[in-house]
Write a protein that binds this ligand. Structure first.
Ligand SMILES: [Cu+2]
Length: 313
């Protein structure tokens, strides 16, 4: 009898515990669900937020029309491109190893579409169907290459990975079926002994391959800024820049800290030949960015890197 009572009591306690447990679970999972909901919202902002992407691509008539942020949204709080491996049903999938030896690697990957199959139809943007940017996590090394698409949807490109440690690889593309472009990214690890290096101090001048490039323009968070680069060589303005990707230059800005990707676009719709190369860019937040200017001259592409401080506005 006593035992039965004890058993009943125990059963009751178990039941109570279960209810409380359930309550507790519900209580604890509610915020979790809310948080997930928020995250989803953020992600949704991130997409629709072609806001930033769109500001970034303002002068790129083909991309980003039709996805304006709703009134009251804060673009600065939205997730910029380049931070997700998967978005809007598209996934960047590496087919080659994600751990490679220092030096030249053959990168192979596919973009899996919402149907799970590799995307084979892309729109051309800036003369290419897909732009691949690879950067070492410390922003010391930068590559911008154009992979080749095979009929089965596999992209491949040789990639010079000349710095050991972590790398972040971005695919910047627009599927034929989409009106807005995507930037998906994944990590690579390069084996070898890394000598850590901090981000270079902010500077308006970059010396690269015998060229001097001077940056003018002070961007503020959330506002479209004009960045003007002036290219000289041996003290003389360079006026015969070769058009590169349909412009005088190509600019990628990456946010220090998380490597968010801002694809900026030339102000001049037709190449001018230099010495000035002008871009419009909207940096989403205050902070430090590493900005890489690609320009072509005398048959060679050069990359001038800058550390840029973006003010609050
Ligand atoms: Cu490109």
């Amino acid at each position: 009898m006593k035992n039965r009572t004890a058993m009943t009591l125990l059963g009751f306690l178990v039941a109570v515990a279960a209810v409380f447990g359930g309550g507790y679970l519900i209580g604890s999972s509610a915020p979790a669900i809310a948080a997930t909901g928020n995250a989803d919202e953020d992600t949704a902002d991130g997409h629709g937020d072609g806001a930033m992407d769109e500001n970034m691509t303002t002068s790129d008539a083909g991309s980003g029309e039709g996805s304006h942020p709703a009134a009251g949204e804060h673009p600065a709080d939205a997730v910029p491109p380049g931070l997700a491996v998967s978005e809007r049903g598209y996934t960047l999938r590496l087919e080659s190893p994600s751990v490679v030896d220092e030096g030249r690697a053959d990168l192979r990957f596919a973009i899996d579409g919402p149907d799970g199959r590799p995307v084979v139809d892309y729109q051309r943007k800036h003369e290419k169907e897909l732009h691949l940017i690879a950067v070492s996590r410390d922003l010391a090394a930068f590559r911008h290459v154009h992979p080749t698409l095979a009929a089965d949807g596999t992209w491949s490109v040789p990639l010079e990975l000349d710095r050991p440690g972590g790398w972040h690889v971005y695919a910047d593309f627009t599927p034929q079926a989409e009106s807005d472009g995507l930037v998906l990214a994944t990590d690579l690890t390069v084996t070898g002994q890394l000598t850590p290096q901090g981000l270079p101090a902010p500077a308006a001048t970059a010396e690269i391959d015998g060229y001097r490039v001077v940056l003018a323009g002070q961007p503020a968070a959330g506002e479209q800024a004009e960045l003007t680069f002036t290219v000289t060589r041996s003290g003389r303005p360079v006026t015969d820049l070769t058009p590169y990707l349909g412009a005088d230059g190509h600019l990628v800005a990456l946010r220090a800290g998380d490597l968010a990707y801002l694809h900026t676009h030339p102000q001049d719709h037709e190449p001018t030949g230099g010495p000035q190369i002008r871009f419009a860019a909207t940096f989403p937040t205050a902070g430090i960015y590493r900005v890489f200017l690609d320009f072509e001259h005398a048959g060679q592409v050069h990359t001038a890197p800058f550390t840029v401080v973006v003010d609050r506005h």
